[in-house]
Design a protein around this ligand. Structure first.
Ligand code: PEP
Length: 245
């Protein structure tokens, strides 16, 4: 399966940061994977302009489940589609934690993303305590069951397995641990979507860097990466992109 490397800029970046996307553009000829950059809302439209003609898609980091209405501060999937976004990250652990986003809310947002013709990147992952209690797979499974809407197919949904304890910490699960969770996610996707479940891309996220990317991409059922900190600088992000073959 062709890998997907997605960069999550989180709440980082001003217009001057578009220079990083400019720098990535030169690389796309060498890349053997699909590339997505997800800047903050304020830069989505500018990033779309900047990537015109280049093989880099642009995504957002969240959206509302409704198409329009009295939801101060929110942005709908249709609004993102109108400005050229193609992906939306949903259910990131930072949002699940800070905004108490529950699985059902993530599923509602994902359905809105699919309705708008965009692709959802649905994030799941256990905390350190849940892993230590031996519950990582059960937690991920329950999150997936609750967060995937009936509108999901392999063409409009990507899953990102992101252990909460690995995000921004420099800690990474062993390759065996990653393989174990990814294969159980694959199994669950096949149960839910039948044969189409085999075609859903499952990304790993959590402290991916240029130097550990190749080993992670060699794990079975790892179809790419969702990258936070290391996606902010084109030079580091490029190393991850080139590791994906
Ligand atoms: C993320 O926030 O999605 C992430 C994976 O962060 P980092 O790569 O910095 O651990």
């Amino acid at each position: 399966m062709r890998k997907l490397i997605a960069g999550n800029w989180k709440m980082n970046g001003l217009a001057s940061s578009l220079a990083e996307i400019e720098a990535l553009k030169g690389l796309t000829g060498e890349a053997a994977c699909d590339i997505v950059v997800c800047p903050p809302f304020t830069l989505v439209e500018k990033a779309v302009e900047c990537t015109k003609g280049a093989a880099i898609a642009v995504g957002a980091q969240d959206c509302h489940a409704q198409a329009a209405g009295a939801y101060t501060g929110d942005v709908s999937a249709g609004m993102l589609a109108e400005i050229g976004a193609r992906f939306v990250i949903l259910g990131h652990s930072e949002r699940r934690l800070a905004y108490k986003e529950m699985d059902a809310a993530v599923a509602g947002k994902a359905a809105a993303v699919h309705e708008a013709g965009l692709t959802s990147i649905i994030c799941v992952g256990e905390t350190r305590a849940e892993r230590d209690e031996g519950r990582a797979i059960d937690v991920v499974r329950a999150q997936l069951e609750g967060s995937i809407p009936d509108t999901a197919t392999s063409s409009n949904m990507t899953i990102a397995y992101e252990p909460v304890w690995a995000i921004g910490t420099g800690l990474v699960p062993t390759l065996e641990q990653i393989g174990e969770v990814h294969s159980s996610i694959r199994h669950m996707l096949e149960e839910r979507l039948g044969d189409d479940g085999r075609r859903v891309r499952i990304l790993y996220g959590g402290s991916v860097k240029a130097q550990n990317a190749k080993a992670i991409f060699g794990v079975s059922n790892v179809d790419g990466a969702l990258v936070g900190g290391a996606s902010l600088k084109a030079s580091e992000f490029a190393g991850i992109i080139l590791a994906a073959v």
